[in-house]
Write a protein that binds this ligand. Structure first.
Ligand code: COA
Length: 388
């Protein structure tokens, strides 16, 4: 089985881009990744492209060949859609393709335009990732769904809005120096607690924003990297995917995310590591409670223990295992179909030492990314390791 290296990464600025098109954003990220990799475009054999709501936001279906064209690629292109985990799945399939020997070079990533819709239309569009029959028709929205999960967690294990506020403060702190992040504004616990309520107990500062943005990575086999003398010190050594019932009501437990547990177990076994080996994690904190569920699913914390991790300073930049040094979805932003790719991009930069926050993890060998779809009915986890 071929090893898989990250030869180049690219991101657009995350935020509002009213003057840009989706193809323009994806082309920017893809060209940046290709240029950094030094791989000629003719050598790229496939494009794996993540997108969730292009049909709603840009009235554009069949996006993958369009994105290949925009990025100057002449290769087969396929769109992956698993709601907010779309780009994570695109990366996973690229890893599997390179490992199988089917292709030596695959470009993977994703894109989302969101801010060209107003918040109500975005909320309605995002809700289609829930169960139409049993959730959407009853008025379920994603802030509402995660509020139910937060309440279930608080009831089972305890915890408070203040614990969640510490996660928001940490992630805004981490985004401050990240040039690609949507928010460059530090907040306080008090500010988070006083912010307008979105879906009780989750307020504005517990939510990720609405974001435009794109991510891209050039993944190559070990053999290709060696033959072409590429500078590609980071490898993807583990990948895993898990699934669960789509509707929250059909889950056995709303205070945990078994799909992510399955994905983590598979990825860790694949990389032959255990949670204790993880030096840094980028996790899917679409709402602050989601970060808690994520770090517990990854096995970094026992169930019920993750809620106090940020407050205790264990997941902050100077903590034992920093979580979301990029700023996470909360403060870096969440262009849904691009997010999973951006997590792998950010972890690559962190491990290589060229991320503004790399100083927080100077000796990190192992990083993990966790990307979730909907209320974690789908999840994908990757393990990245750097040559030292
Ligand atoms: N965190 C911090 N600040 C935010 C923010 C967030 N999540 N969302 C918006 N803001 C800020 C804006 O920057 C703006 O600040 P300004 O007045 O200084 O310019 C202000 O709040 C108002 O922004 P606006 O876009 O009008 O807010 P909104 O009320 O329309 O939307 C939310 C706020 C939380 C409802 C929206 O961001 C949202 O729906 N987020 C969740 C998205 C989601 O569910 N994604 C999928 C997850 S599964």
């Amino acid at each position: 089985m071929a090893g898989v290296r990250v030869a180049g990464v690219g991101l657009t600025q995350f935020g509002r881009h009213p003057e840009r098109t989706g193809r323009d954003l994806f082309a920017e990220a893809a060209l940046a990744a290709r240029e950094e990799s030094g791989v000629p475009s003719d050598d790229i054999e496939e494009l794996n492209f993540g997108n969730y709501m292009g049909v709603l936001a840009e009235r554009q279906g069949h996006m993958a060949p369009l994105m290949a064209e925009a990025a100057g690629l002449d290769c087969p292109a396929t769109r992956y859609e698993d709601a907010c985990a779309s780009a994570g799945m695109a990366v996973r399939e690229a890893v599997r393709t390179v490992r199988s020997g089917e292709s030596d070079v695959v470009l993977a990533g994703g894109l989302e335009r969101m801010t060209n819709l107003d918040t109500a239309d975005v909320t309605e569009g995002l809700a289609t990732a829930a169960d139409e029959l049993f959730e959407i028709r009853q008025g379920m929205t994603f802030p509402g769904a995660y509020a139910l999960m937060a309440r279930a967690y608080f009831e089972r294990y305890g915890g408070s809005r203040e614990d969640l506020a510490h996660i928001a403060v940490k992630n805004h702190d981490n985004a401050f120096e990240n040039e690609y992040a949507q928010f460059h504004r530090k907040i306080t616990v008090e500010e988070a607690l006083d912010a307008p309520m979105v879906a009780d107990p989750l307020g504005l500062m517990d939510a990720c924003p609405v974001t435009d943005g794109a991510s891209a990575l050039v993944l190559v086999s070990d053999e290709y990297a060696a033959e072409h003398g590429l500078d590609a010190p980071v490898s993807v050594t583990g990948t895993g995917q898990g699934g669960d019932n789509l509707a929250l009501q059909d889950r056995r437990d709303m205070a945990s995310t078994p799909a992510a547990e399955k994905a983590a177990d598979e990825a860790f076994a694949d990389a032959d590591i255990s949670p204790g080996d993880v030096d840094a994690a980028e996790v899917h904190d679409c709402f602050t409670i989601a970060e808690v569920l994520a770090i517990e699913s990854l096995g970094l914390y026992e169930r019920g223990e993750g809620i106090g991790a940020a407050r205790r300073g264990e997941t902050t930049a100077d903590g034992d295992v920093p979580v979301n040094l990029s700023g996470g979805l909360k403060a870096k932003g969440h262009p849904v179909g691009a997010t999973g790719g951006s997590q792998v991009v950010e972890m690559t930069r962190l491990l290589r030492g060229d991320h503004p926050n790399s100083d927080a993890v100077p000796d990190a060998d192992v990083g993990v990314t966790h990307n979730a779809g909907g209320t974690v009915a789908s999840a994908v986890v990757h393990v990245l390791e750097v040559d030292r």
